[in-house]
Write a protein that binds this ligand. Sequence first.
Ligand code: PEP
Ligand code: MG
Length: 578
Amino acid sequence: MILKGTPVSEGVALGGVYVYLPFLADVKESYCPEGEKKGHVERFLESRRKAIAKLAAVREGLAEEEAKIFDAHEDILNDEVMEEEIVELIQIHNYSGDWAIHTVYEKYASLLKGVKDPLIRERAADMIDARDQLLSFWSGGARPSLSKLKAPAIVAARDLFPLDTATLDRDNVLAIVTEAGGGTTSHAAIIARSRGIPAVLGVPRLMESVTDGQTAAVDAFGGELVLDPSPEEREFYQKRLDGWLAVRKENREFMAVEAKTADGWRIDIGLNVSSAEDEEVAGAAYCDSVGLFRTEFLYMGRSAPPSEAEQVSVYEKILTVFNPRPVILRTLDIGGDKTAECLDLPREDNPFLGVRGLRLCFSNPDLFLTQLRAALRASVSGQLWLMLPMVGSLDDIRLAKKYIAEAKAGLAGDGYPMADNVKIGVMIEIPSLAMVSDMVAQEVDFASLGSNDLCQYSCAADRQNAPAAGYYQPYHPGMFRLMGYAISAFSKAGKPISICGEMGGDPLAAAVLIGLGLRKLSLGLSSVGAMKRFLSTLTVPQAEELARTVQGLPTAADVQTYLREALADKSLPVQAAG
Ligand code: PEP
Ligand code: MG
């Protein structure tokens, strides 16, 4: 059986399937002492509130039709009769909170299971699902993770949160296949790509088709999942796998070389990271800087935000490893597809257009100041470049600077030393800001092109929404004109500008950007070798010719076809991201 989805991270895998299921409740009969009843009721209500918020966040990442699947979950979690029964079991019958939740949900689930109408019977599964969500929050939001698999496997899941992907077992996950999702710049896709894990997302009917332990092949070039491959198919995919591994090995040999074009221009290669873990900082051996530290990942999968002290130690670690090379530490960019349960955020209808990133920090000054204080305290350990995400105007920059000044004043008052050369920069990812890059360059020390968001906001296509994927066009000539404008504004001002969106790791796009004057790219570690190899085959005049031409081509498809042809003789990966 062959299933099709969207390939978002190239590669091939062959092996057994591991079906990743969410939390499985393991609750035993138990009772609570008189004095603890109130606490158990409060903990139940709090768990329910968090489960509802999480559900809302999950639904936001889905197409309308898919989101409807969760209507039943929402109704169940909000059900007042069940709430009353749970509270009564705790208060009158001394049940512990989790036992009360389990008992009431089981009661209704078995009632539903007994009904003849199959549609109503299906609601029993929703009931169990909703119960497990609730119980996972009851037990502190602990949930299963992909961080340790027993053996190498192809992971099949309904959906993966950015956190699931960020913490997955690098040695044993052979590939990722999901039923939901599909955007090439969704954060699950970005992380899979930066770790070199083949991924195919948005595979319809995946979960009803796979079983745990089943043999499968994944071709994340063509977007195929082959279940129970025949001996001939196995042989075919094994050859593809060997071919892909050979190219990867060749690319890896380029990791340690200096990044230079064929005519000797030095290109600065930054690293995109989402933590300061050893595997991530190992990229220091091959890169000139950290071009993007997505600090929001520090806030995910926990019940309280990281303290100032905890953040200081993370930032100190990465600054020290890279010193004297710069570390671009991006301030918290929660929102869109990135949620943090510990932050208890209100639901928004259009989260990518809402109170995200810097805007969220402005509405939570304590959260923002804690992070700024931590970063500034760590600044003595290296070269700190602070970068602000989701900046739409000079007002945003000026307000952020006030917070930075406030954090500095507070730290000085508390007697903490700070480096005096901390740079302040912005992500250029909102078109309104890109269009005033000349003035932005007067206001900040550096900028980085956030092409993932710049594309979704310029093309008006949600980066997560698989059905809208055709409208999300990184190769749109308008994207190159816009980025070209920002690059020349910063170059004229003599201020550094780089790119840390996924286009920076895509040779076709990077070639055009170099032609537009960009000399700094920041990318995921797994793309570094291939990019250095590609650059060694490109000259700057060739890149300039590409840049001139693409800005005059009418459509994204024309640009892509032209670039593929014009660069056909260069060392390109089998399939460039886009
Ligand atoms: C971007 O938008 O291009 C970017 C690098 O940030 P993120 O993908 O985290 O939104
Ligand atoms: Mg962004």
